[in-house]
Design a protein around this ligand. Structure first.
Ligand SMILES: *Cc1c(COP(=O)(O)O)cnc(C)c1O
Length: 462
């Protein structure tokens, strides 16, 4: 930014419609938490004041996106809105083939069914939970090849989402291209703290993978936020526009799965994109089987239009500066207050380190869940555990897999809450901190077999 400009990342929008929210009474919060089996995931939205559960599908669409909804062409096959989306993806990312899907995991299901077989190995950088669950559902194994720095919540490394090329090559050497159908690079890395992947690392991963004949897939839910980090943190990248960087990023990949509920700022949607016509041929049959015809993929024409418009809004530099700036604002305020915050802050959320916050609660007593319960009780704010509960059990031994990082994520929806809401959240977290010595862990009462964190129920440990 040049010196005669004001360096505050204020909102690059004004508000023309509001949705009232309220703080439920303490008594009601106690009742609702009890009814939810202490799992804040099971509390109704109307009983939450500030909802930082996820940034997925929770963003506010723009007037242009809403206008796009009115332009829906609900033709079963060949809707014009599909072609708008296809053109946007081609223009921004350069992928020729686009298969719309109802959301990110729909895209994963289609791609994984087409390319993964029993016994395969899928390396990556801390796979997202639905990605890992889909890989395991196909009888394959996800191998984490993230750099070691990612395991230290306080090392100030600009690209903690990077892959360790030695770890990756070891997987390639052991299993070869017959058992590694592709590597998945998640940018930014959600389960690793919303940490970005550098362009240099993406390029190196691509070169290495090419030399083994292995394809690379971007889990690109937050590909635009990742571009902003590349622009602001990577050497010699400052001079490029975000749009240029999106293309440089995409050039490192053969395939991309997209949850458009993130960086395309829609409430529902996703896609698989590729430049390889053979892959497109394979996935399109599963697209039809699981999602719908290839030009709508489980979505209405209007949804495709909102997505096409949102693809462009998601890469606007003023928007990204505000977006990443708001996350950093919350992280900095919490850090100033002495809270243990994962550093540096990532793109979409602030992560609190439960190993420091609640050091006396062991992983299998789910300290992150206990924190979220108290955060809700104290303030009506909802966060989410990203730790041992989310990590699930080892499919072979049935044991809990203690998470490397025991975190709570405060996830910021796009264009929804103000900076003043963030101040409220800071006070809410400080309140839990002030009573941390009295906080007990959780015991499982009900545990579903897959993606258990969504519906598990608990009681307080004695
Ligand atoms: C959200 C997300 C997904 C899954 O997408 P859904 O739209 O929620 O099904 C996959 N990968 C990453 C990195 C995500 O953040």
């Amino acid at each position: 930014m040049s010196s005669n400009e004001i360096e505050v990342e204020a909102e690059p929008f004004r508000i023309k419609m509001v949705e009232p929210i309220r703080i439920p009474s303490r008594e009601l919060r106690e009742r609702r938490l009890e009814e939810a089996g202490l799992n804040v995931f099971l509390i109704k939205g109307e009983d939450i004041y500030i909802d930082l559960l996820t940034d997925s599908g929770t963003g506010a669409m723009s007037d242009r996106q809403w206008a796009g909804l009115m332009m829906g062409d609900e033709t079963y096959a060949g809707s014009r809105n599909f072609y708008h989306l296809k053109d946007a993806v081609k223009d921004i990312l350069g992928f020729e083939h686009v298969l719309p899907c109802h959301q990110g995991r729909g895209a994963e299901n289609v791609l994984h069914t087409a390319l993964i077989k029993d016994g395969d190995v899928i390396p990556g950088n801390t796979h997202f939970d639905t990605t890992k669950a889909h890989i395991e559902h196909k009888g394959a194994t996800a191998v984490d090849c993230t750099i070691d720095e990612a395991a230290d919540p306080y090392i100030d490394h600009p690209f903690k989402g990077d892959l360790d090329l030695k770890k990756l090559e070891a997987v390639y050497k052991e299993f070869g291209k017959d058992r590694v159908p592709f590597t998945v690079v998640t940018a930014t890395c959600n389960s690793g703290g919303g940490q970005p992947v550098s362009l240099e690392n993406m390029r190196a991963v691509k070169r290495l993978s090419d030399s083994y004949g292995i394809r690379v897939c971007m889990d690109g839910a937050r590909y635009a936020e990742n571009c902003y980090f590349i622009k602001t943190r990577e050497k010699r990248m400052e001079c490029h526009t975000i749009k240029d960087i999106t293309r440089m990023e995409a050039d490192c990949f053969d395939i991309m799965t997209m949850s458009a509920k993130k960086d395309a700022i829609v409430n529902i949607g996703g896609f698989v994109a590729t430049r390889d016509p053979d892959i497109y041929d394979k996935i399109k049959n599963y697209g039809i089987l699981f999602e719908g015809f290839v030009t709508y993929g489980g979505l209405a024409g209007r949804d495709l239009e909102a997505m096409a418009v949102g693809m462009y809004e998601g890469i606007e530099e003023s928007y990204l500066a505000y977006r990443i700036g708001q996350v950093r604002y919350l992280a900095e305020r919490l850090k100033e207050a002495g809270m243990p915050v994962l550093w540096p802050p990532g793109g979409h959320a602030v992560y609190l380190d439960m190993k420091r916050f609640l050091p006396n609660i062991p992983p299998d007593r789910f300290p992150g869940m206990a924190f979220c319960a108290h955060l809700y009780l104290g303030s009506g704010v909802r966060g989410v555990e990203i730790g041992t509960l989310l990590n699930g059990r080892d499919p072979k031994t049935g044991q809990n897999r203690p998470a490397k990082l025991e975190l709570v994520r405060l996830t910021i929806p796009r264009r929804v809450y103000t900076f003043r809401h963030m101040d409220y959240v800071v006070e809410a977290v400080k309140k839990v901190w002030s009573m941390r010595d009295e906080i007990k862990g959780f015991e499982l009462v009900h545990e579903p077999p897959v993606l258990r964190h969504f519906t598990a129920r608990f009681r307080w440990a004695p």
